[in-house]
Design a protein around this ligand. Structure first.
Ligand code: C2E
Ligand code: CA
Ligand code: CA
Length: 698
């Protein structure tokens, strides 16, 4: 603008006459400038009426310069600014009437189309210093303003969903807080996080994830309506600012409504998709918490909602600060523990379901906190994943486990848990090879346990990783089977050697009302079709042991055979080869015998044909076409000993377990004389289990 100013001065009437050629040149330049339509010149008389205005601007206004001359300059300018407040005109009028120079005054033209100008001007005085009028120039800001408005809009909007973005939400919250103080009410925020969104994104792809986010945005806006401002913070995190809502009841209702709405299935590219939502809620109190403070509190409440099992909402409570502090402390304590080598590894045996011989140990990492005592890996492993310590911990467990296993008999293997985070690390195969090499352990004696979580990320990478691990020669087990997303397709694809049935299935499986036994049976069937072994996890009682045996699980792991134990104890057990179980005397001496034998079943005055599938001195597994109610007293007729009183302990479809009223003498099953046409095939289980085991360890 400096150059134009000089031109103005040059053309001005300040009493210092310039040489003609110079002023002629200036005139030429002025014309050049006017024609460029980038700006225009104006001049007013003493009373503010226009005495000159560039042709270009008159044309832009659809007039001739002669139409405008002699009219008040202020007539060209709108009295309204962008936000409707009437200031501009007065300001221009103010300057003109107060004879004060002004610069870059932004005004809107009084036209239908939006035209914006930046006007500068200064008063002109005659030779004796009398005010003569104004002279100045203006430039057109219309295009710039429009793009500014557009930019501003874009800067406040989330590009994907069209919702308010983080900055706009921040402003909305600031405004809500100011409004709340002024109107003596309280405002609230919802912080929302979608549950299982990552799984959708990873399995259906990013475009599907984007579509899902847009649909979520629509439902969310629908639910919130006029109550507040909905926005997206990024990823799958949303926020709602509720400027005048603070009743716990109303907030709960709204939160529940949102969770319900977002949890209804979506259809994306023809597939039904289900997600959930967790919400953290915070309400401003009459305190001096800033919007940052409130957001932090809402975040803690959201964390609590997720920790409470997701799909729910939680109000912020001040104790959450303490919990967060504890978490931070634990984080730094864990770093120290790793550095100082305070983590150690325990070993839990798994045994052959029939022979009860120890087949392997699972390595389970342990942390004895100096003040808090033992902390569960279920707590610190996720923490280690979050703060990037898992690779280091994983490597430590792997090395320790391999070294320990090298002390055991060759037939006993060691299992190591891998977190999905470790599984993503390209250096994992090298780490595994290193641990095996250093311990001089045969690869087939190491089993890596992975969970379904591994399959939720990028498929190619997972397949590659599985291939390179299998190439090393290690075994693979699918851990916690049945608890994850259970998209079973990977079972066909991945060469697992073993499936570990999660302990939640074992727990309560002997309860006849639970479907768990049926589910275990289905898993065992699936595994054996795919030539995989099955381990029943978390077996604690004789009853559970009996059940998982009946259901066909090949291996058992659980407190009944031993809790995770220090390495020395595991070494001792490994060399003994079997667990001594005080309660196992019955089965030990009189093993359960697999049998197929026709029997007659007396129940409620009727006699039904049935088959015995296995039998011990205490009870039997029976199969018949009719379902038997649990607890029903029955009688069986299959042996030389006459009718046998029994009761139904559990039932699963057409199979059920019975308990004999009195101990049954298994010797009665032996045919006393050569049977003419025997319907009995007797095979003690430890015999049938034998060949399978040798092929396994070969
Ligand atoms: P997991 O892999 O399912 O391990 C089995 C868990 O069940 C162990 O808990 C074990 O002590 C417990 N358990 C075994 N038998 C019974 C039983 O009869 N009854 C009951 N109630 N529990 C039983 P733990 O050691 O607390 O480990 C919990 C989880 O932490 C593990 O679950 C595993 O996911 C993770 N974890 C443990 N060690 C490691 C590790 O070195 N690396 C990784 N990535 N994860 C580990
Ligand atoms: Ca495991
Ligand atoms: Ca498990």
């Amino acid at each position: 603008m400096g150059a134009f100013d000089r031109i103005l001065r040059a053309g001005g009437n300040s009493g210092h006459e310039e040489s003609r050629p110079q002023s002629a040149r200036a005139e030429g330049l002025i014309q050049e400038f006017e024609n460029s339509e980038k700006g225009w010149f104006w001049e007013t008389t003493r009373d503010g009426t226009l005495s000159y205005i560039s042709e270009s601007v008159a044309r832009a206004l659809g007039r001739e310069p002669s139409d405008l001359v002699d009219r008040p300059f202020t007539d060209l300018v709108s009295t309204e600014t962008e936000d409707g407040s009437a200031t501009s005109e007065r300001t221009l009028g103010f300057y003109l009437s107060s004879h004060v120079a002004f610069q870059d005054l932004i005004v809107r033209a009084k036209t239908k189309n939006e035209i914006w100008w930046s006007i500068s001007g200064r008063p002109v005085h005659d030779d004796v210093g009398r005010f003569f009028g104004f002279r100045g120039f203006a430039s057109d800001l219309t295009k710039m303003r429009q793009s500014e408005v557009e930019l501003d809009r874009l800067a406040r909007q989330d590009a994907l969903t069209g919702l308010a973005n983080r900055q706009a939400l921040r402003r909305a919250l600031d405004d809500a807080l100011v409004g709340a103080v002024r109107r003596k009410h309280r405002c609230s925020i919802f912080l929302l996080d979608l549950d299982r969104f990552k799984a959708v994104n990873d399995t259906l792809g990013h475009p599907a994830g984007d579509t899902l986010l847009r649909l979520v945005a629509l439902r969310l806006t629908d639910e919130v309506g006029e109550l507040g401002q909905v926005g997206r913070l990024g990823g799958d995190e949303f926020e709602v600012v509720l400027p005048s809502m603070s009743s716990k009841d109303e907030l709960s209702k709204l939160a529940q409504g949102i969770i319900g709405s977002l949890s209804r299935p979506y259809t994306i590219n023809g597939s039904a998709v289900s997600i959930g939502a967790s919400i953290g809620i915070v309400t401003s109190d009459y305190d001096d918490r800033t919007s940052d403070d409130l957001m932090r509190d809402a975040d803690l409440a959201l964390y609590a909602a997720k920790a409470a099992g997701k799909g729910c909402f939680r109000f912020f409570a001040s104790e959450m600060h303490e919990a967060a502090r504890q978490r931070q402390l634990m984080e730094s304590d864990l770093r120290v523990a790793v550095e100082k080598g305070q983590l150690w590894v325990a070993f839990q045996p798994s045994v052959d379901a029939m022979s009860e011989a120890v087949t392997g140990f699972e390595a389970l990492v342990r942390w004895d906190h100096p003040e808090q005592g033992p902390i569960s890996p279920a707590i610190f492993i996720p923490l280690a994943e979050e703060i990037g310590l898992i690779d280091e911990i994983g490597e430590l467990v792997l090395q320790t486990a391999c070294k320990e296993a090298a002390n055991w008999p060759d037939t006993i293997s060691v299992a190591v848990n891998l977190s999905p985070v470790q599984f993503k690390s390209p250096s994992l195969p090298a780490t595994v090879r290193g641990a095996l090499g250093e311990a001089a352990l045969a690869a087939h004696r190491l089993e890596l346990e992975i969970t379904e979580g591994v399959f939720l990320s990028n498929d190619e990478h997972v397949d590659d990783m599985i291939r390179s691990l299998k190439n090393i020669g290690v075994k693979l087990a699918l851990d916690d089977f049945g608890t994850g997303y259970s998209s079973l397709s990977y079972l066909q694809r991945v060469p697992f050697d073993k499936i570990k049935v999660d302990q939640s299935f074992v727990r309560g499986a002997s309860d006849p009302t639970s479907r768990n036994a049926a589910l275990i049976r289905a898993m065992v069937g699936l595994a054996s079709d795919l030539k995989m072994q099955t381990t029943a996890e978390g077996v604690e009682t004789d009853e559970e042991l009996q059940l998982v045996r009946d259901l066909g699980c090949s291996l058992v792991q659980g407190y009944i055979f031993g809790k995770p134990m220090p390495a020395e104890q595991a070494r001792e057990l490994a060399s003994k080869g079997a667990v001594e179980r005080p309660d196992a005397h019955l089965e030990k001496r009189e093993p359960r015998i697999r049998i197929i034998r026709a029997t007659l079943l007396h129940h409620a005055g009727r006699v039904i044909g049935a088959r015995l599938r296995n039998i011990s001195s205490g009870g039997a597994l029976v199969e018949c076409r009719e379902e038997m109610p649990v607890g029903a007293p029955i009688q069986l007729d299959f042996a030389a000993g006459g009718l046998l009183d029994a009761s139904v302990r559990w039932a699963e479809g057409t199979q059920f377990g019975v308990e004999f009223a009195e101990k049954f003498d298994l010797r009665l099953l032996q045919p006393t004389k050569p049977a003419p046409k025997s319907v009995t095939m007797m095979t003690p289980d430890f015999l049938t289990a034998g060949p399978a085991e040798t092929s396994e360890s070969a």
